[in-house]
Design a protein around this ligand. Structure first.
Ligand code: FEO
Length: 408
């Protein structure tokens, strides 16, 4: 069922209620969900997000009852995942002159997904504003909530936050509004956080800091209930659930290095992880005693092993250390590999092979994707040559992932 609700003057929710058992990121949403799209019918009419591709035709038909689609000036895409951008292709075909508003990383994805190579895009950055003729939109970049390109949109005049996946619920609502739906949505709100947002805890903290000065009277997410009562309470739930607990976690980072690049990766991991009240011990396997390193690993919650690569192999004492670990009981300890390399980085893969022969829980990209749906965290962490901006971002995402696993 496609349903339209008026939010306030000239603002509408045009959503699809999906009351099936919905397959979603290897979950089955037993209570279904909704895909909420919003129309701000200003002098420069603007659509914020669309619906799942399956429901594109009904969505377009319904939106057409509210507005002549050719009049639409902007289509804001907060997040490219197809449950929100799925009807963009159909909408863009009819809203021929509309400019698509999104973050820089979203442009490529949207062009490829919906064959929009010839469309006009407006790329926005954190804090940018857009006058839509009677209302002003403010954009906040919220990477990894839920994927890299994600942002949220705040309407200044209406004090309304269009938060996409954030602050959502997976419920095939009968009544969109949390103050009139007839029951307390808190349990569903928390369940959604735990299922979708919890693996991205560090980014939730960044998002909360980013919106703390906004005066938010209504939250319009892209799944489930629109929150217009107790807004502060629901934001605080995210704040509470994303707090780190001081639970005495210990991380060991051990490396060998040729030209200091792998050492710099190790130091960056140390800085990022220790910022979260986690004790981090850093060892150079060529300088520190193997006995001391092994003892620290046995007492750790997570150990990261890094090496440079020379002639297709690990360097220094790394292999000796890994051999010494083979017969140890390291059950329950997370392990990950990293390193800088110039050509193929075989040393890093060899660390991974040794780790896989222990009984540690070894981080790898494939299992992270399968268990969380996150496609932005890579293990092993392979850095070609030195750390530039892109490489720093890769290390940061890996460090946040570890912190979130340890502190959740
Ligand atoms: Fe609702 Fe990240 O998709």
């Amino acid at each position: 069922m496609i349903k339209t609700e008026q939010l306030n003057e000239n603002s509408y929710c045009v959503g699809k209620i999906d009351d099936r058992d919905v397959p979603f990121h290897r979950l089955i949403l037993k209570k279904g969900t909704t895909y909420n799209s919003y129309l701000l019918k200003t002098n420069k009419p603007t659509v914020i997000d669309t619906v799942d591709m399956m429901f594109g035709k009904a969505y377009i038909d319904n939106l057409s009852e509210l507005i002549n689609l050719e009049d639409i000036k902007y289509i804001v895409i907060n997040h490219t995942e197809p449950d929100h951008s799925g009807a963009l292709g159909s909408l863009a075909m009819r809203a021929k002159d509309a400019t698509i508003v999104c973050t820089e990383p979203a442009v490529y994805e949207l062009k490829e997904m919906y064959r929009l190579q010839n469309r006009n895009f407006l790329v926005v950055k954190d804090g940018d504003k857009l006058d839509i003729g009677g209302k002003t939109l403010l954009f906040k970049i919220t990477p990894y909530l839920h994927t890299k390109e994600t942002m949220i949109t705040y309407c200044i005049e209406d004090k309304t936050l269009f938060s996409c996946d954030i602050f959502s619920t997976h419920v095939a609502v009968k009544d969109y509004f949390n103050d009139t739906c007839g029951f307390d949505i808190t349990e569903d709100f928390i369940s959604y956080y735990n299922a979708i947002m919890k693996p991205h805890r560090s980014y939730v903290r960044i998002m909360l800091d980013s919106i703390k000065d906004l005066d938010i009277k209504m939250i319009c997410p892209s799944h489930g209930f629109i929150i217009r009562k107790d807004v502060d309470k629901f934001i605080k739930i995210y704040d509470d659930l994303s707090q780190t607990k001081n639970n005495n976690k210990k991380v060991v980072i051990v490396y060998t290095t040729i030209r200091q690049n792998t050492k710099k990766i190790a130091e960056m991991f140390k800085d990022l992880i220790s910022n979260n009240n986690i004790e981090v011990l850093l060892f150079n396997a060529d300088k520190d005693s193997s006995d001391e390193i092994i003892k620290a690993i046995e007492n750790s919650d997570c150990t990261l092993f890094g090496t440079s690569t020379r002639y297709g192999d690990m360097v220094g004492n790394m292999e000796v250390l890994l051999k010494l670990l083979q017969n140890k009981d390291l059950k329950g300890i997370l392990a990950g590999a990293f390193g800088s390399f110039g050509w193929s980085g075989e040393g890093i893969e060899l660390i991974q092979e040794y780790l896989n022969k222990t009984n540690m829980t070894v981080l790898n990209t494939s299992s992270i994707i399968k268990s969380t749906g996150m496609n932005d965290v890579e293990f092993p962490v392979r850095i070609r040559f030195s750390i530039g901006d892109e490489e720093a971002d890769k290390i940061r995402r890996a460090a946040y992932y570890i912190v979130d696993l340890l502190l959740s």
